[in-house]
Design a protein around this ligand. Structure first.
Ligand code: ATP
Length: 886
């Protein structure tokens, strides 16, 4: 027998579980041991050894190793070994950097791993999908990806999309009844859900019958492993640039070699020097360091509760000029409390805060009790047409499920309508809420087997479906006047920033079916609920900060236009002459028409997820870089189309998370702001170390080139060149990646996405500082050489030390767009430590006698150091004075 052929009791027996309690913790543990984690076989990783070897695959490094080998064979053992060691250490650093980047990316993957809701020991809990075992009872909700193979045991309008498995993208309706047929293909097993497929509508529960590789997906998983590594635009740009830099460096190095040979240097010496120079000067590691910097930044973002799913988003974040954000839960707390109800034409006020069940109903200062007509019925219906439940933890009430529904349960409790009251009714069928329908219905049966329909939803949607309304004396036809009065009440409540919900009921005769289009018509209007959802307190300052940073915030909500407006005003989103557009207005507009007004629009109300796509497109046509938030399945297309798709970590569905590039762990608008801030910072840091590394390289090449042009001896020997590359480019460059932003990055406007890496003077700074670094190194060399032409080692040590010092001072200059004096060097202690350790290594190489013959160095005097410091500081300080004068 197959799972789809068994009925629920048989499956329960077979898997030793009951559907209303789930597995015990002990059973879960045992089964996890037995069957392992619910994971498809992990994709094979590059082995460590291969990763290490990859560091030496670079063409120039291979030439260098070959040249060193020849040097070794010719008897220059010391040089050969020293070069080998340096290349090896360089490779190790590259290896560790890449490994670090990979590790933090893995960690990210783990953090954004899918979650699932399971029933264990009678309690619903959220667990990592990989911890699911056979026999677990799982909740299935629209927007989720099914975590493992599951036999459906209860469904309401449940539909899945199984194209990942079958290639068929039409939704399949799922039910809970056993199917007797033999040998059915997965697509015909309509009471089963399969791992990795998506729930597009409705909700339900199921029992897990297969996990990990024992799922239908597991059997074909090997076909789907995606090994392609994604690169970000910046990484690609740098890789392109790297190619140009390689050619330029090679030409210049060749020039150095040719000139050197013409000047009478030995070909073989010049060749080794040339290759070393090429290895040092070619910034082959730049893309790798960028990845490390991005990964480090991503770690900082996690601390600020934002998870980046695509590294490219880090760069795009800095360009964001519009944030389109959902209201409920993102800008507000999503802690709903019913504050007002409208029944029998009266406004009743409800006291009490949050999910505390203490509170009373008042009609014009007078407390209302059970005698007041229709109120208790309305509250009971609100409790029945409901998807949440109340739980008590440490004496406090908590809502399990949707807060809007939760608020109705609390409101019922305040009037003494308890859960026991509800148990007298049986829910026959549920038509779930979704943002498009803006309503939810249930069919219930009472103890006399009478069936009736309860519908609750957005008042404008519900009211046209009502033909009667309840009056103190019973049901009456709903006429024009009554309708106007209700509409007036809706407006009044919305003006008070209340979220409104209407409730209607209809007795059912035998014939109606849940699928009937007219089922939710001819309702009897019972009343309105008005609930508050306080804005999150950190949102208002975050919006203000965004405004200062040139980023516009737009509120998008399914709520009533007046509610939306009131909250937008409260949060300072809506300026005096700002526009508010409604979903029905958007329906009539083309994208081009919307484009004309979109810059003046700040709030979109009563919209459905489909409208979001139009909004994104219109903003993009106006040249904006758009961040768009979303949580439900239908938000996915807009999230995908936006430049930065943002999904909700808590309330978001798997589908939106997968479509997004940024996940907010706390669902909070303020976190988007933090992520943008961090994104801007990371980009700045990347520019800083590009500047540092390239200027250093320019200096190294130029000093050699100048010396050859002036017919001088070689100012640096190969090991020295390689050492400089290793020590100064390594740690200090990494430490720059951890730098804090200069000033407040949120005081500048967003970066133009078309802007190149070298814009805003970065290119000219690299060339000018590089030129000066080369020049001062040459001056140090020439002065020492003139002093004592017989002592070339002394002159080379002077050049070497000046080059290193010039770079180590310049690294502080790179922290600022203004000048080296603009920032306190001790702000970044990583950098100070990195520079100190480089300095220490320099001293060791110069003063420790055993190393002197290897590095061709000699001890320097105090007087030498004075000269070195003055010359070394010049490239950074000179421009400092100039900027300060400006
Ligand atoms: P956001 O602001 O995040 O876009 P929203 O909560 O304002 O979300 P929806 O969730 O689409 O938007 O809700 C739109 C309207 O549907 C609400 O104003 C309310 O009237 C109604 N509604 C919301 N939740 C429910 C529910 N659980 N059952 C019935 N009606 C609901």
């Amino acid at each position: 027998m197959k799972w789809y052929q068994l009925d629920v009791e048989q499956i329960e027996q077979k898997l030793h579980v009951t559907a209303n309690r789930g597995l015990t913790d002990k059973q879960v543990e045992q089964r996890r041991k037995e069957y392992g984690e619910n994971l498809l076989e992990a994709q094979k990783k590059t082995s460590r050894w291969l990763l290490f070897m990859k560091q030496f695959q670079d063409f120039m490094v291979m030439v260098l190793l070959a040249a060193t080998l020849i040097a070794g064979l010719l008897g220059e053992y010391i040089d050969a070994i020293a070069i080998m060691v340096i290349v090896l250490v360089n490779g190790l650093i590259g290896y560790f950097q890449e490994q670090k980047a990979e590790k933090s990316l893995d960690k990210l993957k783990e953090l954004s791993a899918p979650m699932a809701q399971v029933l264990r020991d009678g309690q619903w809990e959220k667990v990592n999908s990989k911890d699911i075992v056979v026999g677990d009872i799982v909740r299935l909700q629209s927007g989720d990806r099914i975590p493992a193979d599951v036999r459906i045991i209860q469904s309401s309008s449940l539909e899945t999309e199984e194209s990942a498995l079958t290639g068929e993208s039409l939704p399949v309706t799922k039910h809970a009844t056993a199917i007797s047929a033999d040998e059915l293909d997965p697509q015909d097993q309509t009471n089963m859900g399969f791992m990795g497929t998506m729930i597009t509508r409705g909700s339900g529960t199921g029992i897990i019958v297969g996990t990990g590789m024992n799922t239908v997906m597991g059997q074909i998983a090997s076909l789907m492993v995606n090994t392609k590594k994604m690169t970000t635009p910046l990484e690609r740009k740098l890789a392109e640039l790297g190619k140009i830099l390689i050619v330029v460096s090679l030409i210049l190095t060749a020039l150095v070699v040719v000139l050197g040979v013409i000047q009478g240097h030995q070909i073989y010496h010049m060749f080794l020097a040339g290759v070393s120079l090429a290895v040092a000067a070619i910034p082959e590691g730049l893309p790798a360091i960028v990845t490390v910097a991005l990964a480090l930044g991503v770690q900082r973002m996690i601390r600020r509760k934002a998870i980046v799913r695509k590294l490219s988003a880090v760069e795009t974040l800095g360009c964001a000029s519009v944030i389109c954000s959902d209201k409920t839960g993102t800008m507000t707390e999503n802690k709903m409390t019913v504050k007002e109800v409208f029944v029998n034409g009266d406004h009743l006020y409800v006291t009490g805060d949050g999910y505390d069940i203490r509170g009373d109903y008042f009609l014009r200062e007078k407390k209302v009790d059970g005698e007041y007509p229709n109120l208790e019925s309305m509250l009971l219906y609100g409790m029945l047409c409901n998807n949440s439940s109340l739980q008590v933890k440490r004496g406090k009430y908590l809502v399990d499920g949707n807060p809007t529904d939760g608020a109705l349960l609390i409101a019922a409790r305040k009037m003494g309508v308890s859960a026991m009251e509800g148990e007298k009714y049986r829910i026959v069928k549920e038509l779930p809420f979704d943002s498009d329908r803006k309503r939810m219905s249930v069919i219930v049966e009472d103890s006399n087997h009478m069936k009736f329909l309860i519908t609750k939803g957005a008042p404008e949607v519900l009211l046209p479906r009502c033909s009667y309304h309840m009056r103190p004396n019973g049901r009456e036809l709903l006429k024009e006047q009554g309708r106007n009065k209700i509409e007036q009440a809706i407006d009044q409540m919305a003006d008070r920033a209340l979220r409104t919900l209407a409730i209607g009921v209809k007795p059912l005769t035998k014939g109606e079916r849940a699928e009937d289009a007219f089922l939710e018509n001819d309702l009897t209007f019972y009343g309105l609920y008005g609930m508050i959802d306080p804005p999150r307190k950190e949102v208002k300052p975050a919006i203000e900060e965004c405004r200062r940073a040139g980023i516009k915030t737009v509120m998008i909500t399914g709520d009533h236009v007046k509610t939306a407006k009131a909250i937008a005003q409260n949060l300072n989103i809506l300026p005096e002459n700002g526009m508010v557009l409604e979903g029905r207005q958007l329906n009539k507009m083309s994208v081009t028409e919307l484009e004309d007004v979109i810059d003046d629009t700040y709030v979109f109300a009563r919209v459905t997820p489909e409208h979001k796509l139009k909004i994104v497109k219109a903003f993009q046509q106006r040249g904006h870089v758009v961040a768009m938030t979303g949580d439900g399945v239908n938000d996915a297309p807009a999230i995908k189309a936006s430049d930065i798709g943002v999904s909700m970590g808590i309330s978001g569905t798997d589908v939106t998370k997968e479509a997004s590039s940024l996940v907010l762990l706390d669902d909070n608008f303020a976190t988007i702001k933090s992520a943008i801030q961090e994104g801007r910072n990371i980009y700045e840091n990347i520019r800083k170390f590009i500047r540092y590394i390239l200027a250093s390289n320019v200096g190294e090449i130029l000093v050699m080139l100048f010396a050859m042009l002036l017919a001088l001896p070689l100012p640096l020997v190969p090991v020295q060149i390689l050492w400089v590359n290793l020590v100064t480019d390594g740690l200090p460059a990494m430490a720059l990646g951890m730098d804090r932003a200069e000033g407040d990055t949120m005081r500048k406007g967003p970066r133009d996405p078309k802007e190149g890496v070298f814009s805003n003077g970065l290119g000219s700074r690299i060339v000018s500082r590089g030129f000066l670094i080369g020049t001062v190194t040459l001056i140090a060399f020439m002065l020492a050489y003139q002093d004592d032409p017989a002592n070339l080692i002394y002159a080379q040590t002077m050049a070497f030390t000046t080059l290193v010092m010039a770079q180590l001072i310049h690294v502080f200059d790179c922290r600022s767009d203004q000048s080296i004096f603009a920032r306190n060097p001790f702000e970044n202690m990583y950098l100070v430590l990195a520079v100190l350790s480089s300095l220490l290594l320099l001293l060791v190489v110069i003063y420790w006698e055993p190393l002197q013959p290897i590095f061709h160095t000699t001890a320097l005097s105090m007087h030498d150091w004075m000269l070195i410091l003055v010359l070394g500081a010049l490239p950074s300080v000179l421009f400092g004075f100039q900027t300060n004068r400006k």
